[in-house]
Write a protein that binds this ligand. Structure first.
Ligand code: ATP
Length: 317
């Protein structure tokens, strides 16, 4: 549905996007994750044809955004960071206006389209109200509604939950997930839990470069340190520590917890191979049962930190 190839954007001599390539398949919900200033909005603005690129290609469906912009744009519903809503209009007047912008001329088509979209984002009960009198959450729904007019197969959503309160965030996320049943979606965010909750594929960008891409699960596994093992061992602390020191498979360890005769340990293994079987028998021989053992996996938060050197942000709830 989207093919971005070697995208570059310079603002004067500032290189905001430095050669990003990725594809988004039909039906996917993809998260564009990155710290502030990483180049997310710039990338989305180019993908939607809103600004030009310095170099590179963007293909939406079968159309090249720069060669056939009208055809490519028809496939996209865009919710920019600042939704282009006119506060002095009622919801219905505004959506009617969006219909005219998108070339939906027949009154019957407009009425059907608007009713469908209002239903999808659940704003039917406020359709007669002035937009300026709506809560921020409802305004965001109106923003989503304008993106949905014309039923485009692809939705591009720039920070769709920014500035909302925790309840509104939950509602908008649920709405996006539901929209994902019928649309391909790419959304940007700097909130890791948001991307984890909504997206089935993640693109991490930092300083204008794509630094990683995969499913959240694969990213966690891929960037985990395979030589690190988390152990919970039952027995006397001194005996367990002695066994850890004597083990031929453990290079170093840190005790991370102690609870009801069980010692939790993070250990660095001395070899690259999976040593879990060997450790199990080694400790069993010493009558020190290992009650839990797993190789390390990282949270998306930790992957993000590893790749960008920055903490991800969580919502304030
Ligand atoms: P945020 O989450 O803060 O919106 P972002 O990842 O969306 O960040 P962009 O808005 O794409 O980042 O900005 C990328 C870089 O380009 C930043 O350093 C920004 O200051 C710069 N930039 C963006 N727009 C312009 C512009 N019109 N002129 C000059 N520099 C710009």
């Amino acid at each position: 549905m989207i093919e971005v190839t070697n995208l570059v954007k310079d603002y004067g001599n500032h290189h905001a996007v430095k050669g990003i390539s990725f594809t988004v398949g039909e039906g996917q919900i993809v998260g564009l994750l990155g710290p502030n200033g990483a180049g997310k909005s710039t990338t989305m603005n180019i993908m939607t044809g809103y600004i030009s690129s310095t170099a590179g290609k963007v293909k939406i469906g079968e159309y090249d955004m720069f060669e056939q912009p009208l055809k490519a744009k028809k496939l996209i519903g865009y919710l920019p960071e600042m939704p282009p809503i006119y506060e002095e209009m009622t919801v219905e007047e505004y959506l009617n206006f969006v219909c005219s912008l998108k070339g939906i001329r027949k009154k019957k088509d407009r009425m059907e389209n608007i009713a469908e979209v209002e239903e999808a984002v659940r704003i039917t009960d406020v359709k007669g109200r002035l937009i300026k009198n709506l809560s921020k959450g409802y305004k965001q729904r109106v923003g989503l509604a304008q993106a949905l007019i014309g039923n485009p197969p692809l939705l591009i959503l720039d920070e769709p939950t920014v500035g909302l309160d925790p309840n509104q965030i939950i509602e908008i996320r649920a709405l996006i997930k539901k929209l994902g049943e019928k649309h391909t979606i790419i959304l940007s965010s700097h909130i890791l839990s948001e991307v984890n909750a909504i997206c089935d594929y993640v693109l991490i960008i930092d300083k204008g470069l794509l630094v990683a891409e995969d499913t959240p699960e694969n990213l966690s596994e891929h960037f985990a340190d395979k030589n690190r093992i988390l152990l919970s061992v039952k027995g006397e602390k001194e005996l367990i520590e002695q066994a850890l020191e004597e083990s031929e498979y453990i290079a170093s360890y840190t005790v991370t917890g102690e609870n009801e005769g069980v010692l939790d340990v993070t250990a660095e293994t001395s070899v690259k191979e999976d040593v879990r079987d060997a450790l199990f028998f080694e400790f069993a021989d010493k009558k020190l049962p290992i009650v839990k053992m797993e190789t390390e996996t990282l949270s998306l938060e930790e992957v993000f930190l590893k790749l960008t050197g920055k903490e991800g942000e969580e919502e304030e709830s």
